[in-house]
Design a protein around this ligand. Structure first.
Ligand SMILES: NC(=O)c1ccc[n+]([C@@H]2O[C@H](COP(=O)([O-])OP(=O)(O)OC[C@H]3O[C@@H](n4cnc5c(N)ncnc54)[C@H](OP(=O)(O)O)[C@@H]3O)[C@@H](O)[C@H]2O)c1
Length: 260
C-alpha cells in the first residue's frame, strides 16, 4: 500500500527510546530513509539492526543536540549520506523534577539547551536548505505542559512554552517559503521520561497509541498535533482559570498525589 512517507528522507532526533523510537518503527514500514539520532550509540545500532529489513534504509548519528558543533557536523554527514531531509522530527527532550527547596540552575540550563536550543540548532541548519528549495517539513515536539507553570516542572514547562512560541512564529514566517512547520503537543505518553514521574498522570496513553496519533497527524500535515482530547480540554480550562485559583489547585493534595 502507498504511504505518505514513501521515498522520503526522515530525521528523528531522540530515537533511542519512547516516542522517537516508536516513530522510527512506524516509519520503517514505508519505503523511506531514516536518519536516527541520539546520544546512546548502542541503542541506535540495535534499532538500526532491527529496522534494516529491506523496505527502509537506516542511518544512525551519535549526537548531543545541546552542542551546536555536534549538530552542525551531524547535519553535514546526514546530507552526505542521505541527501535532502524531507521531514525533520525534532523530538529530543529531557525533564527534571525541580526540588521544592529552591532550584538547581544547571538542570535549568540543560533543559533549555536540549529542549529548546537542540531544536533551534537543527532548524538553523535545515532552513539553509529548505528556503532555497522551497520545500521541507519541520516537526517540533513540544508538550501540553507548555500551557501553565505546573509545580515541580518549571524548567520543563518553560522550555516547552519557549519551543511552542518559537515554532508558531516560524510557521507563519515559513508559509511564503513553502516550508511546513508542525508543532506536536502530547499529553502523557508511556516512555522513559514518564516512567520517572511520581505523580498521577491523567489519560496516560501507551507509546504505540501516542505515536500513532503523531504519525497520522504528520501525514495530514496538521499545523498542531495535540492529544489526548480529554486532557486537552482540561488544559484549556486550566489555562483560563485565574492565578489565585491555579495556586489553590496546585497546592491541593489531590493534585500532587503520588502514583501507586
Ligand atoms: N512522554 C510524554 O508523556 C511526553 C509528553 C509531552 C511531550 N513529550 C516530549 O516528547 C519527546 C520524547 O520524549 P519521550 O517521552 O519519548 O522520552 P524519552 O523516552 O526519555 O526519550 C527522550 C529522547 O531524547 C533523547 N535525548 C535526550 N537528551 C538528548 C541530547 N542531549 N541529545 C540528543 N538526544 C537527546 C534521548 O536519547 P539519548 O538519551 O540516547 O540521547 C531519547 O531518545 C520529548 O521532547 C518530550 O519532552 C513527551
Amino acid at each position: 500500500m502507498k504511504s505518505y512517507y514513501d521515498n522520503k528522507v526522515i530525521l528523528i532526533t531522540g530515537a533511542t527510546s519512547g516516542i522517537g523510537r516508536e516513530l522510527a518503527i512506524r516509519f520503517s514500514e514505508s519505503k523511506c530513509t531514516l536518519l536516527l539520532l541520539g546520544r546512546r550509540e548502542k541503542r541506535l545500532l540495535e534499532l538500526q539492526e532491527k529496522l534494516n529489513h529491506g523496505v527502509c534504509k537506516v542511518f544512525t548519528y551519535k549526537c548531543d543536540v545541546s552542542d551546536r558543533a555536534q549538530v552542525e557536523s551531524a547535519y553535514k554527514q546526514m546530507k552526505m549520506e542521505a541527501g535532502f531531509i524531507d521531514i525533520a522530527v525534532l523530538n529530543s527532550g529531557v525533564s527534571y523534577r525541580m526540588p521544592n527547596s529552591g532550584s538547581n540552575v544547571e538542570d535549568g540550563e540543560s533543559t533549555f539547551a536540549i529542549n529548546y536550543f537542540g531544536a533551534v540548532y537543527f532548524i538553523n541548519e535545515l532552513l539553509k536548505d529548505y528556503i532555497p528549495a522551497r520545500k521541507g517539513m519541520i516537526v517540533g515536539v513540544s508538550s501540553l505542559a507548555e500551557s501553565r507553570g505546573f509545580p515541580g516542572s518549571g524548567y520543563y514547562c518553560a522550555s516547552k512554552a519557549a519551543l511552542s512560541i518559537y515554532l508558531e512564529s516560524l510557521r507563519v514566517e515559513m508559509k511564503k517559503h513553502n516550508v511546513k512547520v508542525i508543532t506536536v503537543k502530547p499529553g502523557f505518553v508511556v516512555s522513559e521520561m514518564t516512567d520517572k514521574n511520581e505523580f498521577k498522570m491523567p489519560f496516560l496513553l501507551s507509546t504505540v497509541r501516542g505515536t500513532d496519533i503523531i504519525y497520522r497527524g504528520i501525514a495530514k500535515e496538521k499545523r498542531i498535533i495535540q492529544f489526548p482530547l480529554r486532557l486537552l480540554v482540561l488544559i484549556k480550562i486550566l489555562k483560563l482559570i485565574p492565578p489565585a485559583l491555579f495556586d489553590l489547585l496546585g497546592n491541593m493534595k489531590e493534585f500532587q498525589k503520588v502514583k501507586r
